[in-house]
Design a protein around this ligand. Structure first.
Ligand code: PAF
Length: 280
């Protein structure tokens, strides 16, 4: 696997690959890789002749400096995992390479970034959109792969691509889960083994909620029961639990208001913030 820290050499590499008729698949990450990321790389390898991954802990998407500081960084291990998975190239720039001046660009996605993650992490999606725009300009991928766990992020990147006319196909890849159902996430590495085991309850409650809603239960009642169970029995703090339309992210009071509802949750397990979702 070729490793690039600078934009110029990476672009030269990509020009060469395109000249040879290769298609470019792209997996953007913030590192601390796990099987979920590797699934994105594998999917890209299936679809494309060249796969490039980026590892960049993007400061502009962290509204909480402590969260940025604590974000796990495991570059050496990540490189080994990507090499073993057959990734062709890694782009791992320094902050100065991506942000050479105080950036003043801000994105506003309307409803898409006002609810759920957007409500509790102000500025987060503007930072995501900024860095993804930069990465798409640099890599110019044919197909870019994102995990379904970050569904709201996917909806926002889809809007970004449509408005800025990026010539890229986006693919959302199903969330991989640990044996107890916990969605794979770089943040899981910060959980104690007891909390990691207990955190399986989040997806179990999502599945329970899906079943209840399918059975005709009211959203309001299901939300109350899930929140109570996670807070009172497990001792977690539920930041939000919403049922939304998966296209425009309008929050629903009734599942019949949407053709394809999605259940989205954010939970603190100790000081580790986890998100997950499930389609109805
Ligand atoms: O999902 C992530 O890991 C990040 O938000 C992304 C898309 C790599 C942008 O920094």
């Amino acid at each position: 696997m070729q490793i690039f820290k600078e934009i110029g050499p990476l672009k030269a590499f990509l020009v060469e690959k395109r000249k040879q008729g290769n298609t470019i698949g792209f997996v953007a990450t913030m590192g601390a890789l796990h099987e979920g990321h590797l699934k994105l790389v594998r999917d890209s390898r299936n679809d494309n002749s060249t796969t490039i991954c980026s590892i960049f802990v993007n400061p502009s998407q962290f509204n909480n400096p402590a969260d940025l500081q604590k974000y796990p960084r495991t570059l050496e291990k990540d490189i080994l995992m990507l090499t073993e998975t057959g990734c062709d190239a890694l782009f791992c720039p320094e902050v100065d390479t991506m942000y050479n001046q105080e950036s003043r660009l801000r994105f506003d996605f309307g409803q898409l970034d006002k609810v759920m993650e957007g409500q509790f992490r102000p500025g987060h999606f503007s930072g995501v959109a900024l860095v993804v725009s930069k990465l798409f300009h640099i890599v110019e991928p044919d197909i870019a792969y994102f995990g379904q766990k970050d569904w709201q992020q996917f909806a926002i990147i889809r809007q970004l691509v449509s408005e800025l006319k990026f010539n890229v196909t986006l693919k959302s890849v199903q969330t991989l889960r640990e044996a107890n159902g916990l969605a794979m996430s770089s943040r899981n590495a910060r959980l104690s083994s007891a909390d990691r085991e207990k955190a399986g309850l989040i997806s179990q409650m999502l599945q329970w909620a899906v079943d209840k809603l399918k059975g005709g239960a009211a959203i309001h009642d299901v939300k109350k029961m899930v929140t109570e169970k996670l807070q009172t029995e497990a001792g977690f703090t539920v930041e939000y639990f919403e049922v939304a339309d998966s296209e425009n992210l309008t929050l629903l009071n009734n599942v019949t208001e949407s053709a394809r509802p999605i259940l989205c949750i954010a939970v603190f397990v100790g000081d580790v913030r986890l998100i997950d979702n499930m389609f109805l």
